[in-house]
Write a protein that binds this ligand. Structure first.
Ligand code: WTA
Length: 635
């Protein structure tokens, strides 16, 4: 256990050095001491950073749910695994002990098997934040099916595109879901998606809101009656270390969403190890991460990481502002939460409300607070640290990505001194480097560059589902031999990293990654639109918001502008989801393009941000005058 739990800064440096010098020994030891295997691996790692091939724990055999559940039954069977806190504070919380979780997951696994789901089949899960979501994922893992969770805020078209990309056989959804004061008719949205998803054979529907839904005979069934008939024990499928666990989609700067594939053993070892250390989880603690399970944060740090450590994890169905802005703080008090993990957007939105919302509640149970998903600005950092952490809880700013599977750079509480806005130091096994545009490594400190990682870690994504070449092109070709993150970073005088933001055309809005090109493609579908370009502008709460420059076709020029704006945003809502709506739209006569036809986004970004001069060299533009024209008409 010597390297599993890091005790002091000195210990961290020792462990880190060891992990970098002898990664095989380091990860092999952790894998051996802390997990249950059917069969031990032959080799800890084999890899090729050019071809993006990674094999961790070669030929090891295991099942992740044995490690998430069965392994804890002897000692922690009566401990709460999941506490479900509903959207409506008057609805009682539900508790699932490890014993109960075992039964529920087994029932669901048996239902899936009865319905013909086999190892390797893809199962799409489109559910609100209810316990059935976690149970469905674990049931898939139990039988070796690959789950593909789609965030329940996505539209029908986004859902069908994801189902079709990995040809799911089954969809698990609900009649509806609650979100603050709103009800979302999930089955109705799913029905629309299902009209375009030939691979789906069966649909299982969880009853949550009790609203009327249409059920297609042969295809659709209510889940609860099936669960009641199913046996409460189940065999766990024997999985090879490298067999897939799940697919999770993330937006790219171009093209369709990328189905990032994660496999079993490496993901398990890495999420368990990082959870333990980054949250300093102790056996009686209650841990709460407010993310949606539909994102990677929820996969790794609501579900797998905590359960692998025998933790109690809170699943929260609601939103921070319902019924009022004290909801988070009330839940912390109610369940005596010890570790709290949320996003800068949530913090900023709560920090602007009256401080009494926080002060009315006892937050003394908190020991560690965390941030994830986007850079946390100084003001938000201090508010979180002062008013929530009460200046006594270490604030861990955790940097990572869907592709990385787990956190790569973060402070370790009670070990690494924190510094506002800095994610701080790499975790053991992680070797960050900064690179310049000419592919030279930037050495020394107080430097900024493009953030790359030099050596694979166990949870690195293995491929993009169905398109390995795109995986290589996106992450492994710009800096050969290295994984390119797409983020920029600053390294300070002591080697702490601060993530400065995306260096590609991905914009992070309220913690959600949005590629500009896919949104521009949607806008072009509007009959009056000729072309468009989207840039990010700073936003007080969301971190960034989207500003669209739209060129209309001749026929569109004399239409009602407000109507057009509404229609464009409606198109985006229908095809992607409301999170991708544009904050501002400016209709322009043309875009600043170079002679080779490339849009100079740098200029558009400056205009959108409100700059009036200093646009840099515009001589390579086909029509330099357009810059001034766009600037004058800025909205
Ligand atoms: C950004 C979320 C600054 C970053 C886990 C990254 C962050 C992208 C941080 C991945 C952080 C995530 N500080 N930026 N602590 N955490 N990001 O795939 O730009 O949804 O590349 O994974 O979010 O977003 P994703």
């Amino acid at each position: 256990m010597s390297s599993y739990s890091i005790q002091s800064l000195e210990h961290y440096f020792r462990v880190y050095r060891r992990s970098v010098r002898k990664p095989k020994k380091f990860w092999g030891r952790i894998a051996e001491d802390n997990f249950t295997w059917y069969q031990k691996w032959e080799k800890v790692v084999e890899f090729d950073m050019q071809e993006a091939r990674f094999t961790w724990f070669k030929n090891g055999k295991l099942n992740i749910t044995k490690n998430c559940i069965d392994r804890h039954l002897a000692n922690l069977g009566d401990k709460n695994a999941i506490i479900f806190e509903p959207n409506n504070p008057n609805e009682p919380a539900r508790h699932y002990t490890y014993n109960q979780l075992y039964s529920e997951v087994s029932r669901m696994a048996n239902v899936l098997r009865d319905q013909g789901v086999k190892k390797g089949d893809r199962v799409c899960i489109y559910l609100p934040m209810i316990p059935e979501l976690a149970i469905a994922m674990l049931a898939c893992a139990r039988i070796g099916a690959i789950h593909s969770v789609v965030f329940a805020g996505f539209s029908a078209q986004a859902l069908s595109a994801r189902i079709n990309d990995c040809t799911c056989r089954m969809l698990i959804t609900a009649d509806g879901g609650y979100r603050g004061s709103k009800k979302i008719s999930l089955k109705q949205i799913a029905d629309e998606a299902l009209s375009q998803t030939p691979s789906i054979e069966k649909v299982l529907v969880v009853k949550r809101t009790g609203e009327r839904v249409s059920m297609k005979e042969e295809r659709d069934q209510w889940l609860q009656p099936l669960l009641e008939q199913a046996a409460a024990a189940s065999k766990a499928e024997v999985m090879d270390a490298e067999e897939p666990l799940f697919i999770l989609y993330t937006s790219g700067s171009t093209g369709k969403p990328k189905g990032m594939l994660h496999t079993t053993a490496g993901y398990m070892v890495y999420t368990a190890y990082t959870f333990k250390n980054i949250f300093n989880y102790q056996q009686d603690d209650v841990y709460w991460c407010t993310a949606d399970i539909g994102w990677i944060t929820g996969h790794s740090y609501i579900l797998y990481g905590p359960l692998l450590n025998g933790a109690t994890t809170v699943i929260f169905e609601g939103i921070p502002s319902y019924p009022d802005y004290s909801r988070f703080w009330e839940v912390i008090q109610k369940h005596r939460v010890n570790q709290f993990y949320t996003s800068p957007t949530a913090i900023r939105s709560l920090a602007k409300e009256k401080i009494e919302y926080v002060q009315r509640f006892q937050l003394d149970s908190l020991k560690v607070i965390g941030s994830v998903g986007e850079p946390i600005n100084e003001e938000a950092w201090h508010w979180y640290n002062d008013h929530v952490g009460n200046k006594r809880c270490p604030l861990v700013d955790t940097w990572w990505q869907t592709e990385t599977g787990g956190i790569l750079i973060s402070a370790i509480p009670f070990v690494t001194p924190t510094k506002p806005t800095y994610a701080s130091l790499p975790l053991p096994g992680i070797r960050p480097v900064l690179m310049d545009e000419l592919r030279n490594e930037i050495t020394g400190n107080q430097k900024t560059g493009n953030l790359c990682i030099e050596f694979p870690w166990p949870a690195i994504a293995r491929t993009i589902w169905g398109d390995h070449q795109r995986y290589i092109d996106t992450y492994f070709s710009k800096y050969p031999g290295k994984y390119f993150t797409g983020d920029g970073a600053l390294r300070d005088e002591v080697g702490y990293y601060r993530i400065t933001g995306r260096v590609d055309d991905v914009i992070i809005v309220s913690g959600h990654n949005l590629g500009t090109a896919p949104i521009e493609d949607v806008i072009s579908e509007h009959p009056y639109v000729a072309e468009s370009a989207i840039v990010g502008i700073p936003h007080e709460i969301k971190g960034n918001a989207l500003y669209g420059f739209v060129v209309l076709k001749e026929t569109g020029l004399w239409r009602d502008r407000n109507n057009l704006i509404r229609e464009i945003n409606q198109l985006i809502t229908d095809q992607i989801g409301p999170i991708a709506k544009l904050e501002k739209i400016q209709f322009v006569n043309g875009l600043p393009k170079t002679r080779s036809g490339k849009i100079m986004r740098r200029i558009l970004r400056k205009i959108a941000e409100g700059e009036d001069s200093d646009f840099g060299d515009v001589t390579t533009l086909v029509d330099p005058d357009i810059v001034e024209e766009i600037r004058r008409e800025r909205v």
